[in-house]
Design a binder for this molecule. Structure first.
Ligand SMILES: C[S@@+](CC[C@H](N)C(=O)[O-])C[C@H]1O[C@@H](n2cnc3c(N)ncnc32)[C@H](O)[C@@H]1O
Length: 223
């Protein structure tokens, strides 16, 4: 079981790693040349992000929503793995610009639509997706900066909102792929999913530094 001091140390390490970059920089992301922007969550710094990227569960033709897109990686890899198109959303300017830049660089503008906004605010009433890929902030804590909001969600307001509204944008047989870890409250996550009519099934799990548990869930509507 992870203790509070340890989880803060892990989060501070990720924040310091991101904050050391004042200008855009080139990385390899799963072998792909990728440009990270300042104040943008770099999946290479977080095992949970890489683990989700390895477990996107994309099926040919999926229409994907990535409402916590950061650098845009989940949406971009989803279309590279066979999704027909994706909408990628982030609340903050630097991740939004980073995702747009990489979509442009990779020639995917006709398939990945990047929007800036708070969760589902930038969707129209009639948009529907059959795969929602979600890497939300894990910890119930007030963020002190835009980049800290990648990791911290005050009183889990964003997580609550995600589950109360996601069903509206999912097709009847749509599914959610979500990563979470015991840096946050995994029991609450599963309860929220069930309370909103979804069945959370663990499709893969791993550990970080021998004590942090990371799980990828697939969630479908209970029949
Ligand atoms: C843990 S990071 C994941 C980023 C990316 N999917 C990845 O795996 O590298 C969470 C992202 O969600 C964004 N975010 C946090 N709250 C949000 C909200 N209410 N609406 C949209 N994006 C939000 C953060 O800015 C951050 O980029």
């Amino acid at each position: 079981m992870i203790i509070l001091g340890e989880s803060m140390e892990f989060q501070d390490t990720i924040l310091r790693s991101v904050e050391q970059h004042p200008v855009p920089y080139l990385v390899k992301l799963k072998g792909l040349d990728y440009v990270m922007f300042p104040e943008t969550f770099n999946p290479n710094y977080a095992k949970a992000s890489l683990f989700l990227l390895d477990n996107l569960g994309v099926q040919d033709g999926d229409v994907v929503l990535d409402p916590f897109t950061g650098s845009g990686a989940d949406a971009i890899f989803a279309v590279r793995e066979g999704a027909s198109r994706a909408v990628a959303i982030d609340k903050f300017t630097m991740p939004y610009l980073c995702a747009r830049y990489n979509v442009h660089r990779l020639g995917l503008e006709d398939r990945v639509d990047v929007r800036q906004g708070d969760l589902f605010d930038v969707l129209t009433e009639d948009e529907r997706f059959n795969l929602v890929i979600a890497n939300p902030p894990f910890k119930a804590m007030q963020p002190h900066s835009d980049i800290a909001a990648a990791l911290r969600d005050e009183e889990y307001a964003t997580l609550h909102r995600f589950f109360s509204e996601v069903g509206k944008y999912l097709t009847d047989d749509g599914r959610i792929r979500m990563v979470f870890s015991d840096v946050g409250d995994m029991d609450l996550l599963q309860d929220l999913a069930k309370n909103h009519g979804f069945l959370p099934e663990v499709v893969n799990q791993t550990k970080y530094a021998s004590s942090v548990r990371i799980e990828v869930y697939e969630m479908r509507r209970e029949k």
